[in-house]
Ligand binder design. Structure first.
Ligand SMILES: [Cu+2]
Length: 302
């Protein structure tokens, strides 16, 4: 790719970012840095990432600078004569202590952020997330202290993307979009829906092999392991569509099980959940009636 094309694409992306707040959540072509995200946790992670980056840049400048100066100023053709001493306790002490201090300086905030990410106390909602080859299942367990009745569904790659990805489909991946965002392999048939401004706890597991639940704009990433339940929480204040991926290579369709989270304003979410619960109740009643029907008539015949 030429430099001008690269600049055009990145500046185009910047304009697109500025134009729409919810577009912030969408991945951007040629995105070079870590996703800044929309939650306070993801902002903390981003700040720590930038701090670590600049510490590394500083170390790189000092180390490579010293090497380059030494190579040019003290080269043989300039008549440099090697020193004959072999040990300096003071120097050894300094260059052992400095990395230790830098590591402590980076590890302390990193540990604090991790401990916060693990602390699911005070969450107002629980959703069970299960990874399958190659889709996700979301089961709503409780909300605002009350159990949720039978709301759960599979979430798999959107049909349009699925058609295009088939070998020799001849279809154009650029032809699908969601509100102007080219979403090939990034959309699902039924997104996970959560309320804005509510601390949501995800309990994450898997039904077959190890998967990984990762939503970069939220700053959350959790292993989904069969037989093990991990948990993580998120609180998203800004409604919108957010995208993630399975991050553990889990088989041939690993790249085709995206995650989409639709964050709704709380009132809108409440009515969505109520409708889902009513639907589940009606479905259950229909199933019961169907199961009872033939049995009753069989009984009547005898
Ligand atoms: Cu997977």
């Amino acid at each position: 790719m030429s430099v001008s094309k690269f600049l055009r694409q990145t500046s185009g992306a910047a304009v697109a970012l500025a134009a729409s707040a919810s577009a912030l959540a969408n991945p951007v072509p040629w995105q070079l840095n870590l996703t800044r995200g929309v939650t306070s946790e993801s902002h903390e992670i981003f700040a720590l990432h930038m701090a670590a980056l600049w510490v590394c840049v500083g170390i790189g400048v000092v180390v490579f600078g010293a090497m380059i100066i030494a190579m040019f100023r003290f080269r043989k053709s300039r008549g440099a004569v090697p020193a004959t001493w072999s040990h300096n306790s003071k120097l050894e002490f300094v260059w052992t202590l400095m990395p230790v201090l830098i590591l402590i300086g980076l590890a302390t905030p990193a540990t604090r952020i991790l401990m916060n990410e693990y602390d699911t106390t005070g969450s107002q909602m629980t959703i069970k997330v299960t990874g399958y080859q190659w889709k996700w299942r979301y089961d709503y367990v409780d909300y605002l202290g009350k159990p949720v009745g039978d709301v759960g569904f599979m979430s798999k790659l959107a049909a349009a993307s699925n058609r295009i990805r088939q070998l020799d489909s001849g279809l154009d991946p650029g032809s699908v979009s969601d509100h102007g965002f080219k979403d090939y392999l990034l959309s699902v048939d039924k997104p996970l829906v959560i309320p804005a401004g509510v601390k949501v706890r995800f309990v994450v597991t898997a039904g077959d092999v190890i998967h990984g639940f990762w939503v970069p704009p939220f700053g959350i990433k959790k292993d989904a392991i069969p037989g093990i339940v991990n948990d993580i929480w998120v609180q998203v204040d800004q409604p919108g569509i957010y995208r993630g991926q399975c991050y553990v290579l889990c088989g041939q369709d690993h790249g085709f099980m995206p995650i989409v989270v639709n964050v709704l304003p709380k009132a809108q979410f409440d009515s969505w959940l109520a409708a889902q619960e009513a639907q589940a109740k009606a479905d259950k009643a229909a199933r019961t009636a169907q199961a009872a029907g033939p049995a009753n008539s069989a009984f009547a015949q005898h």
